[in-house]
Design a protein around this ligand. Structure first.
Ligand code: SAH
Length: 184
């Protein structure tokens, strides 16, 4: 379960040395390239909404440090994560290796396009604020699948959960306001 994943993954592995003493504070922290690792309580809420079951195929957009991907990897073995910053993607691979989770597939590229090669995904999570859910991601979600994403402005985006009922029919619920770096 999500709580067990948090106990198993050491967040300090994913934090820059200069911030190590803040590894377990409930704060977002800088990870380089102007990006941040999200606040633990926000990550926990998103993972609870995502409701990942073992063996489900999960796609994450916005690898960042790789921390959220590591937590996902504790919930299922099939995790693909996409990061647009090459440097961050490399760092995330190193971090995941340190955490003993090299089975996570870290892809460099534009997450808005999704990852057709391994679609459909049972679960999709976007960890950056977008104005709307990219159509490719909606298309690559399996019927009955769930997508969790902060939608709206960087400051004050709304945490949405979408359930795909059928190709054109999504059930949306709202879960509070947050701040996220933008999906570019
Ligand atoms: N989940 C991360 C934190 C994400 S911060 C963690 O656990 O550390 C958001 C990340 O999304 C940043 O690293 C940013 O570079 C990335 N990002 C922004 N736009 C993107 C896009 N179009 N495709 C892939 N990654 C993107």
């Amino acid at each position: 379960c999500v709580m067990q994943a948090f106990l198993e993954v050491k967040r300090e592995i994913f934090i820059e040395p200069s911030y190590h003493e803040l590894s377990y504070a409930d704060h977002p922290l800088p990870i380089g390239s102007g990006q941040t690792i999200s606040q633990p309580t926000t990550v926990m809420l998103m993972l609870q909404l995502l409701d990942v079951l073992p063996e489900q195929r999960v796609l994450e957009i916005g690898t960042g440090s790789g921390y959220n991907a590591a937590l996902l990897a504790k919930l299922t073995r099939k995790v693909v994560t996409i990061e647009r910053h090459v440097g961050l993607a490399e760092q995330a691979r190193d971090n995941l290796h340190c955490a003993g989770l090299e089975e996570v597939k870290v892809i460099e590229g534009d997450g808005k396009l999704g990852y057709e090669k391994l679609a459909p995904f049972d679960r999709i999570i976007i960890t950056a604020a977008a104005n709307q859910v990219p159509q490719n991601l909606k298309d690559q979600l399996a019927d009955g699948g769930l997508l969790v994403a902060p939608i709206g402005a960087t400051l004050g985006c709304e945490m949405l959960k979408l359930e795909k009922i059928s190709q054109k029919n999504f059930k949306t619920s709202s879960h509070g306001k947050f701040s996220f770096v933008p999906l570019i």
